[in-house]
Design a protein around this ligand. Structure first.
Ligand code: MUC
Ligand code: MG
Length: 391
């Protein structure tokens, strides 16, 4: 231990950091199909089985790291499917990483960008596994590599998405009673706007005092949005997420200008330049952060910086990840100086069985960031055995 004023002469930390053994020895992928507790509907897809790719990165010193690439209903929410993600990791991303030091985060990320154009979910999953392995090997939480945690829990939303208002009210009340969730995201756009309004009115009446946001997943036209957003405002809806298709910047900006409900940008912005373009066009005032959009933990943190620099508020988005993907998001979210809208990592709870061992705790309306080394989670091997897709 150095005394105050004494030069740092202890080289043991550096020696440990540089110790051989953190070379990437193997990267394996598997597809897992996890049944959900109920049908989850979006304007453009729906699921009862949540499919993801789990990445296992093994270091030479024997440390195992985990990562996850989530999808939603095949290549529907985004262009990647689990089959493509697995093939592209196995064929293009993994071979170029073998033998590299897992701690060379930026170099490894650059190698992946060179090996595969976009493929954000695939790159994000591999990078998560490398961060997890590096953290576990050094005995450090991943958040420490990203600037250090500024929070250890985040208020967490639950999504109501069966389309049946009575079922949704019962589900929300159960979450409230369990003190797990008091803010809810209601998925719109799979019914007609008039039916959605009737459903929304019923839910808002039944859940007084709860903050509600709505996600249309691109399901509305500009005209529909202009017609219905005043009704959402009357109901006190706090945010409207991705009402129009990505690319309709001017139309979304016209909607945002007329709306008393702030617009959240989701599918419209994956990359930094897309975030800047949306913000510059005034097509929203909140940005939903997701690993599958940013393509890795480093880029996710940068996306938060870009969005913030453009004056956007931040929301911790998800794609119904298992506890593995949720932990990777939480590692980043825990380090963000500002995260105005909390997060929605309810994924581990909507799966009948999560793939982790319960390290992620939902308590007092917050998701608690796992505290162990790496991502702070382990693999539920029995669950993986039961739900792994056979070749
Ligand atoms: C999305 O568009 O936000 C996340 C939560 C949910 O219900 O759907 C996903 C995707
Ligand atoms: Mg969304």
């Amino acid at each position: 231990m150095n005394k105050p004023g004494q030069a740092v002469s202890d080289r043991s930390v550096m020696a440990d950091f540089a110790r051989p053994g953190r070379e990437i020895a193997a990267i394996e992928t598997l597809i897992v199909d996890c049944p959900t507790t109920r049908r989850h509907r979006l304007s453009n897809t729906e699921i009862s089985l949540q499919s993801c790719v789990i990445v296992k990165a093994m270091l030479k010193d024997g440390t195992l790291g985990l990562g996850e690439a989530a999808t939603l209903g095949g290549p529907r929410w985004a262009e990647e499917s689990v089959e493509a993600i697995k093939a592209n990791i196995d064929t293009y991303l993994a071979p170029g990483l073998l033998g590299r030091n897992a701690l060379d985060f930026e170099r490894n990320a650059a190698a992946m960008v060179k090996a595969a154009h976009r493929n954000n979910a695939a790159r994000g999953a591999v990078e998560s596994a490398l961060f997890d392995a590096a953290g576990k090997s050094l005995g450090l939480p991943v958040s420490q590599f990203l600037g250090g945690a500024v929070r250890d829990r985040i208020e967490v939303l639950w999504a109501l998405a069966s389309g049946d208002a009575e079922q949704e009210i019962e589900e929300a009340r159960a979450k409230l009673a369990a003190r797990e969730h008091r803010r809810f995201k209601i998925k719109l756009g799979f019914h007609s706007p008039a039916q959605d309004m009737a459903r929304l009115i019923r839910i808002a009446e039944a859940l007084p005092g709860c903050e509600l946001i709505c996600d249309v997943n691109q399901g509305w036209s500009e005209a529909t949005a202009i017609r219905y957003l005043p009704r959402l405002a009357e109901l006190g809806i706090a945010l409207i997420e991705q009402p129009l298709r990505p690319g309709l910047l001017a139309a979304t900006a016209r909607v945002a200008r007329r709306s008393a409900v702030p617009v959240m940008i989701d599918e419209a912005a994956f990359t930094g330049p897309e975030i800047v373009a949306n913000a510059t066009a005034a097509a929203g005032s909140v940005y939903s952060l997701k690993l599958v959009k940013s393509g890795g933990l480093l880029e996710l943190k940068r996306a938060a910086g870009v969005a913030q620099a453009c004056g956007l508020e931040l929301y911790g988005g998800c794609l119904l990840e298992t506890g593995i993907g949720a932990a990777a998001h939480l590692a980043v979210f825990s380090t963000l100086p500002r995260l105005e809208w909390g997060c929605e990592h309810f994924g581990p709870r909507i799966l009948k069985t999560d793939l982790t061992n319960g390290e992620i705790v939902f308590r007092d309306f917050h998701i608690h960031c796992p505290q162990g080394p790496g991502l702070g989670i382990g693999l539920n091997e029995d669950a993986v055995r039961a739900m792994r897709r056979k070749a």
